[in-house]
Write a protein that binds this ligand. Structure first.
Ligand code: HEM
Length: 400
C-alpha cells in the first residue's frame, strides 16, 4: 500500500486507502507464462487491437465447434460481434431508462421495505437479490418463484465457477455437481421462461434467442454467462460503494445531493479505486512493443492489470489515490477508466450495473437510521479474480 501522501497533492488526500489493495496485491498475478501489463497506454492498445484474442478463463485454449454454444466471453471476431449484437439493445441507455429503471426501482423498494420491517440485513444479500432480478429481467428469467430462483441461481453460479481438485475423482464430482445444478436451473427457471416466450415473445434476451433458433443448451449457457458476469460482479460493487459512502460523510452527502450524472461520477470513481475485476487476459497475434527492450513476438499472452492501470497517473491524473468524483470531468473522460475493460470485449452491462447501484444506494442512504453495524469481511475469489465482501451487517429504525 502507498501510505505516503503525495507531495503534489496539497488539497487532496492521496493516501492509498483502497480497501481491497492488500488482498489484491497478495492474489493478483498474470496466468503462468503471461506478461504483466500495468501501464494504461499499453493495456488499452492491447485490449483495442484487432490482433488480440480473449485469453481469460483459458478461452484461447478452448475450441467450440458451434459458436452458438460458446459463451460470448469466449468468442472473438465476427462470431463474437454477432453474438454481442443480439443482446446489445437490452443493455443500452434507452433500454435502461425505458424498461429496466422500472424493475430496478421495484426490486429496490421491495428489498428496502423488508429491510425496514426487520431493522437489519446483510447488505450483500440485498445487493445479490437486486443483481439477480435485474439481470434476470434482461434475460427474461421471470417465470419462476423469485426466492427459489435466487437460491438456484446462487447455487448454479457457485458450481459453474468452482475449481476442482487435481484428482480425476474430484473433477468427476465437480462435473456432476455442475450438471445437476444446471439441470435444476434449466427445469425450474429457464424452461418455464422459454415456454412462456414461445407463445408470447417479450422484449428480452430469451425471446431473441428463440427467434434466432438457439438450442435450449445455448440459451442456458448465455444465462449462466450473464449471471456470472452481471450478478456476481454487481453484488460486490454495491457493497464496496456503500462501504465508502457509509465511511465518508461528505462523499455521502455529495452523492445524495447530485443529479444522475453526478451520482454516476461518484460511483465510477469508487470503482476506479476498487475495480471488481482485477486482471483480464489477452493473447496477441502481432508483435508487442513497449513492455521489454525489444518487441515481444506474436502469440504471447498478456495479463492486463486493471488495478494498476486505474491508479497510474498517466490515466488517472494527479493524486490517483484520492477519491475525486470531479476527476473524470476535469480530464474530459467518461470515468470508466479500465474498470469495465476496453475494446471489443468491454463490459456490455456497465451502464446497467452503474444505474442499479445508483438507484439502490440512493434509496438505501435515505432510510431513517441507516447504519453499518459491521464492516464487511474481505476475501478473495480466485476463480473470478475478484474481492468478495461478506457479513456487511446494516441496521435501521424498524418501521411499524
Ligand atoms: C460492477 C459490475 C460489473 C463489472 C465491474 C464488470 C466488469 C467487466 C469487465 C472488466 C469485463 C471485460 C472482461 C474482458 O475483457 O475480458 C466484463 C465483460 C462482460 N460483462 Fe461485465 N461487469 C459488471 C456488470 C455487468 C452486468 C450487469 C452485465 C450484464 C447485464 C455484464 C455482462 C458482461 C458480459 C456478458 C461480459 C463479456 C463481454 C464479452 O466478452 O464480449 N457485466 N465485465
Amino acid at each position: 500500500m502507498n501510505n505516503a501522501t503525495h507531495p503534489q497533492c496539497p488539497v487532496q488526500d492521496n493516501t492509498d486507502k483502497r480497501k481491497s489493495a492488500a488482498i489484491a496485491i497478495e492474489n493478483t498475478r498474470p496466468d503462468a507464462g503471461a506478461h504483466w501489463v500495468k501501464k494504461p497506454g499499453l493495456a488499452r492498445k492491447i485490449l483495442r487491437s484487432t490482433a488480440s484474442r480473449q485469453a481469460g478463463a483459458s478461452a484461447d485454449l478452448v475450441k467450440f465447434d458451434n459458436p452458438e454454444h460458446a459463451p460470448v466471453f469466449f468468442l472473438d471476431g465476427p462470431d463474437h460481434f454477432n453474438k454481442r449484437r443480439k443482446t446489445q439493445r437490452f443493455l443500452s441507455p434507452k433500454a435502461i431508462s425505458d424498461q429496466h429503471h422500472v424493475i430496478m426501482n421495484k426490486v429496490t423498494d421491495a428489498l428496502l421495505r423488508q429491510f425496514k420491517k426487520q431493522g437489519k440485513a446483510k447488505l450483500e444479500d440485498l445487493s445479490f437479490s437486486l443483481a439477480i432480478e435485474v439481470v434476470g429481467e434482461i434475460l427474461g428469467l421471470t417465470n419462476s418463484d423469485q426466492a427459489g430462483r435466487a437460491r438456484r441461481i446462487q447455487k448454479v453460479l457457485a458450481a459453474s465457477i468452482a475449481r476442482s481438485g487435481s484428482s480425476p475423482f474430484s473433477r468427476t464430482m465437480l462435473n456432476l455437481a455442475r450438471a445437476y445444478r444446471t439441470g435444476i436451473f434449466f427445469l425450474a427457471d429457464v424452461r418455464p421462461a422459454i415456454k412462456a416466450r414461445k407463445t408470447n415473445p417479450r422484449e428480452d434476451a430469451i425471446s431473441v434467442y428463440l427467434a434466432e433458433g438457439y438450442s435450449y443448451i445455448a440459451i442456458v449457457i448465455e444465462c449462466l454467462t450473464y449471471g456470472t458476469a452481471g450478478m456476481l460482479t454487481t453484488r460486490e460493487f454495491i457493497v464496496m460503494a456503500a462501504w465508502y459512502l457509509f465511511e465518508d460523510e461528505s462523499l455521502r452527502e455529495r452523492f445524495l445531493s447530485e443529479d444522475v450524472n453526478g451520482q454516476l461520477a461518484v460511483l465510477m470513481e469508487i470503482l476506479r479505486l476498487e475495480p471488481v475485476a482485477a486482471m483480464i487476459h489477452r493473447r496477441m497475434y502481432e508483435e508487442v512493443e513497449g513492455l521489454e527492450d525489444t518487441p515481444l513476438p506474436s502469440g504471447e499472452k498478456y495479463g492486463i492489470d486493471i488495478r494498476a492501470a486505474n491508479v497510474d497517473e498517466d490515466l488517472a491524473g494527479e493524486c490517483p489515490y484520492a477519491v475525486d468524483p470531479d476527476r473524470a470531468k476535469r480530464q474530459q473522460d467518461l470515468g470508466r477508466y479500465l474498470s469495465f475493460g476496453d475494446g471489443p470485449h468491454t463490459c456490455p452491462g456497465w451502464q446497467v450495473a452503474l444505474h442499479e447501484t445508483r438507484i439502490f444506494l440512493d434509496q438505501l442512504f435515505r432510510v431513517p437510521g441507516i447504519t453499518l453495524e459491521r464492516e464487511p469481511d474481505i476475501s478473495w475469489n480466485a476463480q473470478l479474480g475478484s474481492y468478495e465482501l461478506r457479513n456487511a451487517d446494516i441496521s435501521c429504525e424498524p418501521s411499524a
